[in-house]
Design a protein around this ligand. Sequence first.
Ligand code: GLN
Length: 560
Amino acid sequence: MRTKYIFVTGGVLSSVGKGIVTSSIGKMLQVRGYTVTAIKIDPYVNVDSGTMNPYMHGEVFVTEDGGETDLDLGWYERFLDMDLPKENNITTGQVYLTVIERERRGDYLGKCVQIIPHITDEIKARIRRVAEKSKADVVLVEVGGTVGDIEGLPFLEAIRQMRLEEGYENTLYVHVALVPILDVTGEMKTKPLQHSVNELRRIGIQPDIIVARCSKMINEEARAKIALFGTIPREAVFCSYTVPLVYQVPLILDEQGMGDYICRRLGLEARKPDWSRWQEFVNAYLNPLYEAKIALVGKYAGLVDSYVSMNEAFKHSGMALRTKVNIDYIEAEEFEESPGDIERLKDYDGIFVPYGFGSRGVEGKIMAIRFARENDVPFLGICFGFQLAVVEFARDVCGLKGAHTTEVDPETPHPVVDLMPEQRNLNRKGGTMRLGAHDIIIKEGTVLHRLYGSTAIRERHRHRWEVNPDYVPILEAKGLVFSATSPDGRRMEALELPDKFFFVASQFHAEFKSRPGKPSPLYTGFVKACLDRKAGKLRPELDQISVIRGRSRAREALVR
Ligand code: GLN
């Protein structure tokens, strides 16, 4: 069978959930027994998203192989339950970099290097390389941005050409666009969608499927209009209406016949989908038995997309523990401005300090960590949260006045967190952090060991600073346990305070590997501790985590 390509474009405005629709299409094919992979195209000039502020573009998703990618890759991984390589995120920056380097080498000697064909050829080559490497039956290609953007044109031109080269029966164009409802009349307005379809046609792409993004299920009148003006059959119009949980989107689209329609259109054998497991996760989320309230004390709290993997990791843990995890986003700076506000944290079952960069909000985060430690509120720190937990402990318990990370205070008398030696003489910022999955050794008998049920794990990373090894004996003498390290023992990977109910932090980002049905042991342990603390137990009962772990391993075996 030839590789099938599904191209997903977006219209009217960004953030209409193209990433979720793309992931959902992948899932619909997967539950029918087809293998898939997904590519995200980002028309920005950055080579990767690693150099962008999360406020600009949401979280940077880190792949197993250390790519700093668009957050949509995270959605693909969570929906499709697969590790994607960094090549699955294609940017304008990468494409131009390759072409310009080639030009300088003289590969195009004598020629005028142009957007068409040189840039578009490079785009197509990159898409096909992913197709070849993955050997997937179906390759999903999501074009970021909105149709009509200048930046997106070369990519749209490339996918237009691919229909000619791959054949009609092997290519499918899906257009996702917003259908707003006017609050005055309650009318569903399809005009903006019609315009974006026209825009797409102007470039030479006629969509095969249109997905209307609407707050409600579209009515027949709107469907008929979209079909008429989109020049597609009515059964090729689907609606991604607002649901409480994004993992419901593939279910609602498939219910409308989208999976079968796609198979028919691509000449794929019709197969009965098996949604049982997916439905199980959704049901578990929608029917919780318990509730935990967690304070996320961070710096990018204004944009929920900054913490999307963490947020999802809590959902996956919640599904496994039948718990509704409510997360309140709190700007750390608030505590610096009015220190009395720290008492607000009393209302929470757990305190969570996520990743971060730079100095803004740091003291506020440290205040939150101190509050957790002194009041024995369950605590989880990730990456910067881990580093700041070390700073807090060094200052307050070890009496190292002015202890800090050199990221924030380069002149600190006690650099308990310092630049890694290999980071010292770097003068390029792009793609030079310690990235991706690395082996980690867990100390036996620790909380972390109970959570992971293993002494050897692999988790993903993204950091430049790390715990200064010179201070490890001083910190440990006062009761801090470094429960995990790199295999050579040089890098501290996790810490815990054994005399606390649950006080754990990790240098690694466990959220990147968390998926429905395969929740992160670390996040799940924390949520369980929050529940147990609230229930007045003397110690967190973490045995349930091994049951959950066993279940997800069994699932994995089933898939293989
Ligand atoms: N800013 C810290 C570092 O670079 C932590 C990074 C993070 O939280 N991802 O080491």
